[in-house]
Design a binder for this molecule. Structure first.
Ligand code: AMP
Length: 457
C-alpha cells in the first residue's frame, strides 16, 4: 500500500491529512487519487466507510483554481443527508487551501437562500439531482466552466429514480471534463452509465480481501410475534454501545421501541412520520450516547452519519438483497469487528435464501431456544440528554452552554458530552450520574445572562 507521500499531493494537503488523522490511504484512495489528480475518468466500486469521499475529494480540492471564481466541481448525491456529509468532508479537506467556497444544493429546503449563496460564487457544489436541475433551469447555477463531475453512490441514485435527471444534467456539462463514478454495487445500469458518459475510465475495484469488512453474520428462525423477545435477548447478551434494529413498517418501529422501553431498555423509533424536530432529537440522542438502540425503517435511516455500529439487527429479513447489504454494511466499518443478526419467520425464508445469491456465504443459523432463554439485562446508555429551549436563533453557542454547565452549575467539563445546536433548541449530553444535578442547576441559572427552559429528554 502506498503512503500519502507517494501519491503526488501538495505539502499543504499532506499536512492537512495529518491533522485529520489520516495516516495511510485506504485501498480505494490509493488506487483512485493518482488518476483523479491526472484528470482521468475513474469508475470505482466503493462502499460507505471505504474512504471514498476523500478518494475523490482530495483530487477535487487539489485541482481547483481558487482564484477562478466559477463552479469547477459538482458532486451529485442520492440524498440530502449524504450531500451534507460529503460537503462537510470536503470542507475539512479544503482547509489545505485558502478561501474554497463549497455550497450544497438539496431539495426539501427553501430554494431562495441557495440562489443567494450561488450569486456570491462557489468553487464546488454538492447536491441532489432534482435540485441541481432546478437551478440549471432557472439559470442560477452555471456549469460551463465545470472541470470535474462526481456521481457519488451512483447505484443508489439510479435506484431512487434519478436516471433521467442525471442524463439531463450531464447533457448540459462541458464535454471536456473529468467524470468520476463511485458506486457500491456493479449492476448493468452502472456499466451503461459509465459507457455513455465516461472516457476510457480507470477501473478501481479494490480486491475483496482488502475491502471485505469483518462482520460476523447470523440468522435466527423465529415464530411470528417473537421478534421483541428475541431482540431484547440479543441486546441483553451483547450489551452493544449502539445498535440499529431495522423494521419494515412505522407501526412495527413504534411497537418494538415501546415494548423495549417498558422492559427498561432505552430505545427510540426513527421513521418517516417524525417531523424534523423529533427526528433531530432522536438522532442527537443516538449519536451522543444517551440512547443505545434505534428502531428504524430503511428510508429513515438512509444517509445517517454514524461511523460504525457494533451491532445491526434485521427484525425481519429485507425484501431485497441490496437493502440487506446496505443495512449490514453499517457494522464492521473502518477495520472494526461487526455483528449482524437477521430474524426470519418460516414464511420469510425465501428472502433469506435469496441472500446466498449476493454473496452471503453459507448462512449460519443460531439456536433460537437458547437465545430466547436469555434474561433481560437492559443496556444502560452512558449519558442522558438535556434539551435547552434556545438555539442559534437566540445566538446561543456551544461555548455558552459549556460555560454555564461548568461555571455556575459547577460540573466537571469531562461530564459534558456532545452539544448539538439547532435553530431553536440545543441538546447536551451529560454523564448519567450527574444529569439530574446539571438539569437543576441549569434551570436555576442563566445561559449568556438569559433564562432558558431546560428539560430532560
Ligand atoms: P467514507 O467512506 O468516505 O464515508 O469515509 C469513511 C470514514 O473514514 C470517514 O469518517 C473519513 O473521515 C474516514 N477516513 C477516510 N479516509 C481515511 C484515511 N485514509 N484514514 C483514516 N480515516 C479515513
Amino acid at each position: 500500500m502506498p503512503s500519502f507521500n507517494e501519491l503526488g499531493l501538495s505539502p499543504a494537503m499532506l499536512t492537512n491529512l495529518g491533522r485529520l488523522g489520516y495516516q495511510q490511504p485506504t485501498a480505494v484512495q490509493g488506487a483512485s487519487i493518482p488518476p483523479v489528480l491526472a484528470g482521468d475518468d475513474v469508475i470505482a466500486m466503493a462502499k460507505t466507510g471505504s474512504g471514498k469521499t476523500a478518494a475523490f475529494g482530495i483530487g477535487l480540492i487539489e485541482r481547483l483554481n481558487v482564484r477562478h471564481f466559477a463552479v469547477q466541481g459538482l458532486v451529485l448525491c442520492p440524498t440530502r443527508e449524504l450531500a451534507d456529509q460529503v460537503a462537510k468532508a470536503l470542507r475539512e479537506l479544503a482547509r489545505a487551501r485558502d478561501n474554497v467556497k463549497i455550497i450544497t444544493l438539496c431539495g426539501g429546503v427553501a430554494i431562495g437562500p441557495q440562489i443567494g449563496s450561488l450569486s456570491h460564487g462557489a468553487h464546488l457544489v454538492v447536491g441532489t439531482p432534482g435540485r441541481v436541475q432546478d437551478h440549471l433551469r432557472k439559470g442560477t447555477l452555471v456549469l460551463d466552466k465545470l472541470k470535474t463531475l462526481v456521481l457519488d453512490e451512483a447505484d443508489r441514485m439510479l435506484d431512487m429514480g434519478f436516471s433521467e435527471s442525471i442524463n439531463d444534467i450531464l447533457s448540459q456539462l462541458p464535454s471536456q471534463r473529468q467524470t468520476l463514478l463511485f458506486s457500491a454495487t456493479w449492476p448493468s445500469a452502472i456499466r451503461s452509465l459509465s459507457e455513455a458518459f465516461q472516457n476510457d475510465p480507470v477501473d478501481v475495484r479494490v480486491s475483496d480481501s482488502e475491502s471485505a469488512p469483518d462482520i460476523d453474520e447470523m440468522f435466527f428462525e423465529l415464530q411470528p410475534g417473537q421478534q421483541t423477545d428475541a431482540l431484547a435477548a440479543l441486546l441483553s447478551e451483547h450489551q452493544p454501545a449502539s445498535c440499529i434494529a431495522f423494521c419494515t413498517t412505522k407501526q412495527q418501529c413504534d411497537d418494538i421501541a415501546g415494548a423495549l422501553n417498558d422492559r427498561g431498555f432505552s430505545a427510540l423509533a426513527l421513521h418517516g412520520d417524525l417531523d424534523q424536530k423529533d427526528r433531530d432529537a432522536v438522532l442527537a440522542q443516538f449519536a451522543n450516547q444517551s440512547c443505545a438502540i434505534l428502531i428504524a425503517t430503511d428510508v429513515a435511516a438512509r444517509g445517517l452519519d454514524i461511523k460504525s455500529l457494533p451491532l445491526v439487527v434485521n427484525v425481519e429479513p429485507a425484501r431485497d438483497s441490496e437493502i440487506h447489504t446496505h443495512r449490514v454494511g453499517r457494522t464492521g466499518r473502518a477495520g472494526e469487528k461487526g455483528k449482524a443478526v437477521t430474524f426470519c419467520t418460516p414464511a420469510q425464508g425465501h428472502r433469506v435464501n435469496r441472500l446466498e445469491s449476493v454473496g452471503v456465504n453459507a448462512l449460519v443459523w443460531g439456536d433460537t431456544g437458547q437465545l430466547l432463554g436469555v434474561t433481560d439485562r437492559p443496556v444502560q446508555p452512558a449519558k442522558r440528554t438535556l434539551c435547552i429551549a434556545g438555539g442559534r436563533k437566540d445566538k446561543v453557542r456551544p461555548g455558552d452552554i459549556l460555560g454555564a454547565l461548568t461555571g455556575d452549575a459547577g460540573l466537571d467539563g469531562a461530564a459534558v458530552g456532545k452539544i448539538d445546536l439547532f435553530e431553536f433548541q440545543c441538546f447536551v449530553a451529560i454523564n448519567r450520574d450527574v444529569a439530574k444535578q446539571a438539569l437543576k442547576r441549569l434551570e436555576a441559572g442563566k445561559i449568556k445572562g438569559r433564562k432558558f427552559r431546560v428539560r430532560m429528554v
